[in-house]
Every structure is written in structure tokens, then in C-alpha cells.
Design a protein around this ligand. Sequence first.
Ligand SMILES: Nc1nc2c(c(=O)[nH]1)N[C@H]1C(S)=C(S)[C@@H](COP(=O)(O)O)O[C@H]1N2
Ligand SMILES: [Mo]
Length: 404
Amino acid sequence: MQLPADPSRRRLLAQGAALVAATSGAAQAQTAAPAPAAAAEAKPFPAYVAWKNQAQMIQHTGTTIETKRTAYGTSVVTPVDRLYIRNNLPAPDASIVNDRDGWSLAVEGVRSPRVLTVRELKSLGIETTATVLQCSGNGRGYFPSKPSGTKWQVGAAGCVIWSGVPVRSVVAALGGLADGARFLTGTGGEKLPEGIDPKSVMVERSVPLSNLENALLAWEMNGEPLPHAHGGPLRLIVPGYSGVNNIKYIKRLAFTAQESEAAIQKTGYRISPLGEKHDPSHPSVWEMEVKSWINGPAPDAGPVKAGMVQIHGVAMGGMQAVKRVDVSIDGGQTWREARLVGPDLGRFAWRQFVLPLKLEPGTYQLACRAQDVKFNWQAEVTPENSGGYLNSGWRAHGFSITVA
Ligand SMILES: Nc1nc2c(c(=O)[nH]1)N[C@H]1C(S)=C(S)[C@@H](COP(=O)(O)O)O[C@H]1N2
Ligand SMILES: [Mo]
């Protein structure tokens, strides 16, 4: 496809490709960028996420938008303007962030239950934690049986720095836990559609009480007030747990004896055998697993120039820190240890890794596998499950590149 002659217009149209080249260091990305016509046809993002860097993202639907693999860059933290978006319900009105400090949270299941404003929460403590935020369905697109749901590739994830008050400080300020508490249950502040059973649609999730140690009520992300689209004014962060457990616009935090009766907890987000309906007896999608993937060279960025190539990507340990990453260029027959690069932001963050290699022209089957500090290796193949959750198999995440 011909590019228009006018240089300013051309620059505008090629902007996406140029940014890709700048962030991934892959100079050849420019030639393999989507044709300008295709980019121009891409559906504009809905109003609540119109501020996102649309050239760096893939819009599946208005409520499921993923980060392009080439948009991750190599500097650990994922910029908010390209962090993925997932909403199970339409987001509440953006006006909820007009008075951030006035947002209120009901805290139940403590000795002195109370409604606290964000202003009050801010007086109870401050902690900052980096975590991987990753949708339970990230990688679903790589399951051979094509389970229903968004066919996320690698982009329903990001590494984010959150700042807020530790949940345990809030509990301490309210006299400690009430008797019988076994779960930490968060409820989202969406307005529910009328005329249907609220439990069938409400976003309410329970996680084991062991998360009291690390959970955070965050009002800041990557140094900015938490954007409305990512859960502002206030969001529950459960480090190491998959996306759905990190409740946006949280309005109620309860320490409960039982798991939530909401469908999203009871029958949704369960690891169920293929062909079976989710059932409360199946394991809930909670902890994330050790996982890694390669971001550059990207699979669809065109031929890579022969010579030195920096094979780079991200690796996470789930509940543990990641210890090591191996890279293969022959589909997993032989492995070489990559180097972890950049600052270590703690056990719930991901690490960037790189393996520099001199590559002759040819075709290479790239793969990577991570190991956590407890010596658990990333699975070669994640067994399929009916919801297509938690795909972390290294074989499915591999791809081939051509070097010319
Ligand atoms: N209140 C509320 N919280 C929510 C959701 C939601 O729909 N409503 N979606 C969950 C899911 S499935 C994911 S993957 C993450 C997505 O977070 P993000 O949109 O900030 O990337 O939020 C989780 N928390
Ligand atoms: Mo999700």
C-alpha cells in the first residue's frame, strides 16, 4: 500500500509504527506496520477510554482492550496509556472521580464496622507495591480448543505500581476482624441494571483471608491518581491474584465467613474440565502462575535483520519472585539462560529479561520459560479448561521468526 505523499499526513498515519519501533528497538517494525487504511478503519475507543494510546492497543470490544505485544517496551512498568482494559459491566459514570477523597467504602466484618471516605483512608497508612495485573483469560487465544471468551494473546497484562493503604491497617483501625472471617470480599461500585437479580451481574469477589497480609486499597497508579477506567477513585489490589480479584471502584470491603454468592464468584472464574459448566466445587481462579513471554522480536513484525538480536520479554512468578528465565531458539530442544534486566520491584512485579544472540539468516522457533524462587518451572502446556483461564504454557506462547 502506498503512503500518502504529504509528509505531515504520512507522519500522522505512520505514528503507530514509529512508536512501535521506538519502544521495541525493532527498526524493521516500520515496514511491517498495518497498512494505514486498516489503521484508519479501526473502531475508535469508547469515551471512557478515549484517552488511551489507541495505536498501541487491540480493541476486541469496548470493554476488552489489550496491549500490543510490541507496546510493552523494556522498562518494567507498563504505561497507563496502553495498559489493558477489562470490564464485566459498563464502567460507572466518570463523574465518580470528580471528588476522589469523598468516595466512600463500607467496611464490614470487623469489630467496628464503618463507612470510611478515601480522605479518612489516607490517614490510616501508605504503602506502595508493584504487581502484575493480568486478566485470568490472558493467553486464552493460544488454547487449541478455542474456548469462548475474549481471545487475549499476551496483552491482557501489565506491571503497575500501586499506592494506597494496606487493608490490614484499615482492619487494625476498626478494632480487628470480627469472629469467623475466612474471606476478604470486595464489591465493585457499578450501577446494576434494573429488573434482574443483582447477584447475576454484580462484580463481587472473595479471596482467602491470607491475603490480608498484602492486599492494598489503592488510589494511585504509576504515580498518577487512579484513572476512572482502571478503578478510580479506589481499587482493591490483591497481589499475585489474577485480574478479576482486583476490584475496581470498590464500595464495600467485607470480611466474610463464606465466599460471595455473586455469580462471578460462585460459578464464574472456575477452573472447570473441558466441556463442563463452571461449578462451585471447581477451583476458583485466584493465584497466578509462573509465566513468561517474549515481546521482541515480535512474531508479526516482519523479517529480523541478521546479526545481533536482543531477544527480550517479561517473566513473573505469580505468588513468588521469578528467579530465572531460559530462552530457546529451536522450539525448546535447547535452552540458554537469559539475563534479568532493570530494577527488581518485588516479588509480585514482573522482571524484564534479555538474551543477546548473533543470528544467521534462517527461521527460528522462539520460546521462553521462567522459574520462580521456589524452583517451580513455567508449565510446558497448561491443561485446557472450559473457561480458557490461566494459560501459561510456554509451548503455546512460542512463535517463529524469520531472520534475513
Ligand atoms: N468493579 C469491577 N472490578 C473489576 C472488573 C469489573 O468489571 N468491575 N473486572 C475485573 C477483571 S476481569 C479484570 S481482568 C481487571 C481489569 O482491570 P483493568 O481494566 O484496570 O485493566 O479488573 C477486574 N476488576
Ligand atoms: Mo479478567
